[in-house]
Ligand binder design. Sequence first.
Ligand code: GDP
Ligand code: IMO
Ligand code: MG
Length: 420
Amino acid sequence: MVDVILGMQWGDEGKGKIVDYFAKNYDVIARFQGGPNAGHTLYVDGKKVVLHQIPSGIFHESKTNLIGNGVVLDAVTLKKECGHVAEMGVDFRKNLFISERTHLILPTHRALDKASELSKGNQKIGSTLKGIGPAYMDKTGRNGLRVGNLLDKSFTTEYIKLRLKHQRLLDSFNFQEDISAWEEEFFEAIDFLRGFNIVNGEYFINERIQKGQRVLAEGAQGSMLDVDFGTFPFVTSSNTISAGVCTGLGIAPQKIREVFGVSKAYCTRVGSGPFPTELNDETGELIRKTGNEFGSTTGRPRRCGWIDLVALQFACMVNGVTQIIMTKADILDNLAELNVCNGYRINGEEKNFVPFQMNKVDIEPVYKTFKGWMKDISEITEYDNLPAEMKSYIQYLNSYLGVPVKYISNGPGRDQLLHA
Ligand code: GDP
Ligand code: IMO
Ligand code: MG
């Protein structure tokens, strides 16, 4: 049996905290897509940790963590992260595994990401510059090196071949940067990786499922950043939706049970691209400040705005979301009025679907206004004790989306989570 936790917006919904919380109910926690563009924040014994490559179940001693084949792996980031969690007492040699089919991010992929962004002028995607797009391009272009190849004698020769190919591309971008320091780090990290638990991920996970073990698949990014269904081209390069769990781990769709969709009580986006409910005003600034909305990978200020039910309903549909987990509800504590977007006005007509090219149409959000609760909710532990204004906000979401909000997160701490 497999359950999924994934983001329903443009990422940073609080997936890390939620996976860490739910990990106790599972045997295996697996990442199925994305790479070090992810920044999942957890508080362990009051200490803040940001994970980029390692699944967020790593702090649970008896749990198995798997980096699946659908992930793109930056060995340098992984090595650093392993050092970090080891200092916190985690025995990653025992409970972290990597699929041999996982593609590696090479130093030239990072350079290519940078070169590609620079070439776009003011049309930048605003990528995290971690080499994600170029690594996935090599995968679908049937190039690329995989973790299993580390054990091949020809690894360095194959690396050099790819490097030459990439160099020609970099030259075409007229991009010059000395990457020798990155390469040195890369080969050190590759040596480190050779001593890892490298497994056949699909047998590894299916054997466990057959034995009755429970798997939690941890999504990265968010549904609106999905390469097919997101706000293309302002998206990431993988399938972030629940279907990505099957291809990213090698499991069959009928094994998936619950799909937990994580959404903030408002909305944020980091990087370029359409964001119909964005607030470029004092309220947006207040949300950014109160919510500490700065990227956990790049530190960039996140764009903030009202919750967008049109986009959330779309995310429920493409993912088959069965339960919604609403995070950062406490960030709205000091707002007297809250807006909820329940339609898009396009060319004067009200619509309730996500258009083909969001960036090419003028979308005016249609709002329903709610009274704010104006109360500190961060210490509340029972749903019944939440302010009435908040309950009506949640009930409206339930009825619009047709999928219930089952959990409400009211603070960054591991246990700040209410069951509705
Ligand atoms: P992820 O990428 O989806 O894992 O999310 P990030 O970790 O990038 O960003 C979410 C941020 O919000 C982190 O700093 C979390 O510690 C924090 N956070 C998560 N849930 C809550 C919540 O309910 N309330 C508050 N105040 N912070 C939260
Ligand atoms: P988590 O897992 C928020 C965004 C980037 C950029 C676009 C493409 O922490 O939610 P990429 O580097 O993937 O090629 O960048 O996607 N992006 C994210 N935004 N959270 C993330 O991850 C993101 N990963 C990528 O900002 O707009
Ligand atoms: Mg994040």
